[in-house]
Design a protein. Structure first.
Lengths: 410, 141, 410, 141
């Protein structure tokens, strides 16, 4: 399997209008993909078509547009199910994003499963969205939050993880790929370890879905969450996958709209799966856009995408490490998508400000992972994150901009 | 007549109509027809949920064959209910299990059997197959 | 103030591509506006522009696109604040819709305010989204749900409302306009009554915002919620307005992303308003689309819109009532936007199915207000709902289609 | 020099640069300059939150005038901090209360003073005005 050739990258880039603009008169180098990805024309066109001719509220409507939209919405659910190889479409719950997916899960589990004296296990590299919900549930229900430590490379210490599993947490919530460090957790192995101790596992796939193919049945994870906007889809749409067993057991978390079966003032019974968990008018346009994004992504081989991105990261690392004082934050053996660094004697935000003036979009700060910054004792990092449409020119643009910024700052 | 033959018959009946009005008029006519379900079976026990219109279904086994009766509070739904009964009632379990409902599609009423339409018809077909399964098991015991 | 002239309606309609299609070869008559409205070209264009050139994650990003998008997002917050005359932009919380807004409020209040022995007062005409969340909070916290009865016209019985206020509920949650009956609650008067007894009031404005101008300060409501998609904006975006006093007191409900200030594994402190309540990557495109929808709507005078819609409703009523067996469900003196009816000897879903074949989109069923159906002892209704772009031709189309359907069914 | 004159002076200094690099080089230079804040004031008490870079601000009243000292851990932020101090320090409360920060806009650094940029500078300006308010009240008592 070879990474993309130059002409293939050019072809891929041609689908993304945002990449072809200039910023401050300079060619735009977009390396903030871990925050959100750009959208292919097909996704934009899908939204236009929907809002121009198909727009309707769905389910329970007997009129033509409503039937069509409902059908399209449910087809998209199947596409998502296939994308992560879920065994049934009704295991796919649409949310507004990873954060809401985790909150839904936490809000449901706290009602019957995460109780006083229980524990939840996370890793030291979690995004706030897969940390604070569990921390707060634990606080509210007098449960304990266990944190598997990171080693100096920014990898989860698997021995420590195993030790904490012995404390019999009721859930392990672990990220697949760290958005701050780029570390890839050995999720399959960790799930196996957890299941051996009878601990169900939530995988935060927010940073994984655009970089690696996902098979929830092979992983055997109990829950999997991700956001559309980080995989070339629209904003405001995300997914919670769960094993049927859990979805059946879980009480709903939000109420209203089509998630009910029978309602009286005294009592409410709830609709079947997946509707039980989808309260209110769904974001139909968002769901259809996500389907289109998946169809777009499926044209390419995920392994080729990963190879391509890894090659770019390797090239970027080689170049960046020639800059004196360059210090990588996160040097996991297995990493994807993200390079995080600081340069001695400079502040990340200063570097961000200056490279921006040169048309290079990177993110600086704590990347919603403050404990990671604390662990590595930095005020924040500069983070360059890659997607399938990035090119060697982007890498060169990044390198030149950082080099110049560091020169100016020292 | 086999299930396939009955389905073919229905298809040719519907092929006579060249506009939707005639088709729906025919459907409505069939919706008014007996066999209605015995009133004592029109209980929540026999109700197939579907929130726009309600469908009640009852099944009986006689001489190795399953006989369905059904009703709906909406006449168009009931028209389709009666079509389904015409096809599936009085059949042996295996016949019912093997049959599909493509004829509904072919007479241009596909949308009524869409899982996204909450009129109970999809659940009714599922329920009929379930009855067939259960009776089949009973027979083999 | 005169309603729109024909040429004005033609002008308005020209902005809405969805209205100019044919359905089953027939001119499309869209009267399902209470479910969701169609979108003006300007809103569609805004989404295209955003996703083509401006797309970025917001807040905390130092790069150009992120700054621009953040600015646009916060400008939109100000536009929304102005639209309902909120005194400050940070009283506007973006959610994914009315349903989420109500759930956010319920999820926050249940933590410190709606406790054992308390009560919540609603009216008998609430949409499930402003009913089930309160019912479930009451159930979880051993509180009581009080329901102000409806009279036979489908109006809230104000005497009963007053009586229930004497029970000192901790909150009154009332709809401004009923989506099932079209009844307009005298919200200003009801808020005054409630405040006299020290009861704060949530107004469900989902059906109000497209039909009447809203001034939350004049109403003096404590909370106001609505959805973008019901007022010509995109799907997946909604608003919770609250008085500053409440927002300061309320704990957050969802966690993760930018809603934090400091995070350690032991403890989290939360960001200032409004960010405290906006967990996860926001739906930036949705927010910008909502702003454009408001700008579109502001070109017209709300009073003229209301006059126009009322005139159409009046005309529709006159015609429909000539059909034998026609029975209106909901005959409030003060009504807006919605006509609900049944025809003796026919089932609403049959009428819906047949008028659909004639190109007329109405909704049939319980309209997510099952207790209203129970109150009026109907299995559901046929509902025609109006927006500013509907015309006399739509009314005529509705009438002819219903007449024909009834003929076929009897 | 009045506040307005100082602002005008800064504007003309910056007008000499015709590209962003020179401007930022100048800003960085200023970011390296004293007056730094007295180390004992670099505590959480004097910290102005802003999550990308941190700003510490201290104020003193002498002879009816307010003297500010400040620091930041990011040098570009600190350059702007020093500009703000040059403009606002050593002024009477009323002068500070009346002044605006439009000059930042005019030298093309508006984005750094945007409420959406979390570098603490907007809060710093607010804090300076608050100090002026407080000292003014103290004087009138
Ligand atoms: C009165 C009323 N309240 C609440 C809602 C729920 O709005 P949404 O589905 O956009 O969350 C609706 C819309 O169906 C409504 O009509
Ligand atoms: C690893 C990880 N988890 C969760 C999230 C939260 O995703 P969202 O903001 O789309 O809800 C992100 C994105 O910032 C992330 O990178």
């Amino acid at each position: 399997m070879k990474p993309f050739a130059d002409n293939e990258i050019a072809e891929i880039r041609s689908h993304f209008p945002a990449l072809h603009q200039k910023v401050y008169g300079k060619p735009f180098v977009y390396l903030d993909n871990a925050a959100t990805t750009q959208k292919p024309q097909a996704v934009i066109d899908r939204l236009v078509a929907y809002y121009s001719l198909e727009n309707s509220n769905i389910h329970r409507g007997v009129h033509y547009l409503s039937q069509q939209a409902t059908q399209a919405y449910e087809d998209a659910r199947q596409t998502v199910a296939d994308f992560i190889n879920a065994s049934a479409a009704n295991q796919i719950i649409f949310t507004k994003g990873t954060t809401e997916s985790v909150n839904l899960l936490a809000g449901s589990l706290r009602q019957f499963y995460l109780l006083e004296g229980d524990a939840v296990l996370i890793t030291g590299m979690e995004h706030h969205s897969n940390l604070v919900p569990w921390q707060q549930v634990c606080k509210q229900n007098q449960a304990e939050l266990l944190v598997a430590a990171l080693n100096d490379k920014g990898e989860t210490d698997l021995d420590h993880f195993a030790e904490l599993l012995d404390k019999k947490p009721k859930l392990a919530a672990i990220t697949h790929i760290s958005n701050a460090l780029g570390s890839v957790n050995p999720v399959k192995e960790m799930i196996r370890m957890a299941h051996e101790k009878g601990v169900p596992v939530l995988v935060d796939g927010a940073q994984a879905v655009a970089h690696t193919s996902i098979d929830v049945q092979e992983l055997d994870c109990d829950f999997f969450v991700f956001s559309g906007h980080k995989m070339f889809g629209p904003m405001g749409i995300g997914v919670l996958y769960a094993k049927a067993f859990w979805l059946q057991k879980m009480p709903p978390w939000q109420f209203g709209g089509e998630m009910v079966d029978q309602v009286s003032f005294e009592e409410t019974t709830f609709n079947q799966l997946p509707f039980k968990f989808e309260a209110g008018t769904p974001n139909v346009a968002g769901v259809l856009g996500l389907k289109t994004a998946i169809d777009f992504l499926k044209q390419y081989d995920m392994e080729v995408i990963a190879k391509h991105e890894n090659q770019l990261m390797q090239q970027a690392l080689e170049k960046l490490l020639t800059i004196p004082g360059m210090r990588l934050i996160g040097e996991a053996e297995n990493r994807a998508g993200v390079i995080s660094f600081v340069v001695d004697g400079t502040h990340p935000s200063d570097i961000g400000t200056l490279v921006d003036k040169m048309g290079v979009a990177v993110r600086t700060g704590h990347h919603c992972a403050q404990p990671v910054m604390t662990r590595f004792d930095v005020p924040g990092t500069v983070r360059a994150s890659f997607a399938l449409y990035n090119s060697l020119a982007d890498v060169e643009g990044l390198f030149q901009a950082v080099k110049k910024a560091v020169m100016m700052l020292r | 007549m086999t299930i396939a033959e009955t389905q073919q018959q229905i298809i040719s009946e519907f092929s006579l109509f060249d506009d939707w009005m005639d088709k729906y008029n025919y459907l409505i006519e069939m919706g008014r027809e007996v066999p209605r379900i015995d009133e004592r079976y029109k209980t929540n026990n026999h109700l197939i949920s579907g929130c726009q219109s309600r469908v009640w279904l009852h099944a009986d086994m006689r001489d190795g064959k399953i006989y369905f009766t059904a009703d709906s509070d909406a006449v168009i739904t009931k028209g389709i209910v009666n079509l389904l009964i015409r096809v599936f009632s009085g059949r042996m379990p295996d016949e019912i299990l093997e049959a599909d409902t493509d004829f509904i599609d072919q007479i241009g009423l596909k949308e009524h059997l869409s899982p996204t339409r909450s009129n109970g018809l999809v659940s009714m077909v599922k329920q009929m197959k379930l009855y067939a399964q259960v009776y089949k098991l009973k027979q083999s015991n």
